[in-house]
Each structure stands twice: as C-alpha cells, then as structure tokens.
Ligand binder design. Structure first.
Ligand SMILES: CC(C)(COP(=O)(O)OP(=O)(O)OC[C@H]1O[C@@H](n2cnc3c(N)ncnc32)[C@H](O)[C@@H]1OP(=O)(O)O)[C@@H](O)C(=O)NCCC(=O)NCCS
Length: 147
C-alpha cells in the first residue's frame, strides 16, 4: 500500500533507507540515526511531499521530494527514493512513482526530476517510468576547505 508520508513514519522510513543504502550497489556507511536526520530534514520544509510503501504494516520504502517553482510550472524534485532490500524487485519502486505521479498531477505539478548514478537500478527504473535522460546535465561537487 502506498500513502503520503507522515511524521510518525520517520523511524521505520529511516530503517528502510539505511537497509537500502548500506546494501549493494551503494554500500554506504549509513546509520539509522543519520538516515532519520536526513529524512526529517527533507520532509519538513513547506514544499516537502513524501510517500511511503507500507508492507505488512511496516514502512519499507520512501519517495521524498519537494514541489518547487520552475519556469513552466511546479516540478517535483526527488530527493530520495528507496525500497528496503527484503522487498525490492516486487514492484514497490514503480508503485511509489506511479502513485506520486497521479497525486502530484492532481495538485498541478507538471514534471518530476531525479538525480541518480548511471547504470544503477534506479536508472533503469526511471527509464521504464517515463523519465528521459538529459546528457547535458552534469552533477558538480566540491568539498569546502576547513577553516
Ligand atoms: C532502485 C529501487 C528504488 C527500485 O525499487 P524496486 O521496488 O526494487 O523496483 P521495481 O520492483 O518496481 O522494479 C522496477 C525496475 O527497476 C529496475 N530494477 C529494480 N531493482 C533492480 C536491480 N537490483 N538491478 C537492476 N535493475 C533493477 C528494473 O528495471 C525493474 O524492472 P524489471 O523488474 O522489469 O527488471 C530499489 O532497488 C532501491 O531502493 N535500491 C537501493 C536504493 C537506490 O538505489 N535508490 C535510488 C537512488 S537515486
């Protein structure tokens, strides 16, 4: 079942996030506390809209993002999308995207944008769900000098 994220989902959402991103192919060093901090930040702005995948009464996946003004209307900028490894590949990621698409369109949102790593599972998932690649866009990053 998919529904909107509510604040009481935070702990289970953080567990799902942590399980997803500490597993292959990401293998990142998340803790549940760090994940909870990030999800809390991403879901607490006035523009935030989040969705959860609930499996057997437990939150097992999240889609969180912000509805932001852009040139041609508002667009949903996805900040995080993940499904816990024990329920991956059962259609949950697809369901989250499809639910959000309908729900956001009702509010007049005209597009969705998402950053991911080329060749990773989300890349394929997005292509199967109506996203197109923009090869001109480059993700730029730099650490800041310590003062
Ligand atoms: C990417 C992710 C959200 C997909 O969710 P999911 O519920 O497993 O996806 P679905 O079952 O809806 O699968 C849809 C499609 O996604 C792709 N996909 C999903 N898991 C995949 C995997 N392990 N390897 C390759 N492609 C995969 C496939 O194209 C799949 O379609 P198919 O079953 O016809 O091959 C989930 O695997 C995940 O959370 N992964 C770790 C975290 C992550 O990568 N988040 C996104 C960061 S931008």
């Amino acid at each position: 079942m998919i529904r909107r994220f509510i604040p009481s989902d935070l702990e289970e959402a953080a567990e799902a996030f942590c399980a997803a991103f500490t597993s292959a192919p990401w293998k990142e060093k998340w803790t549940v506390e760090l994940a909870a901090a990030r999800i809390s930040e991403l879901t607490s702005s006035p523009q935030s809209v989040g969705y959860v995948l609930v499996d057997n009464d437990v939150v097992k996946g999240i889609l969180v993002g912000r509805v932001l003004t852009y040139l041609f209307g508002t667009e949903y900028v996805v900040d995080e999308l993940c499904i816990a490894p024990d329920v991956q590949h059962k259609g949950g990621g697809t369901e989250l995207l499809k639910y959000a698409e309908k729900d956001l369109a009702k509010d007049g949102v005209v597009a969705m944008a998402l950053l991911t790593t080329s060749g990773y599972p989300t890349h394929k998932l997005c292509l199967k769900n109506g996203f197109a690649e923009n090869k001109d866009v480059m993700f730029m990053f730099r650490p800041l000098d310590k003062i």
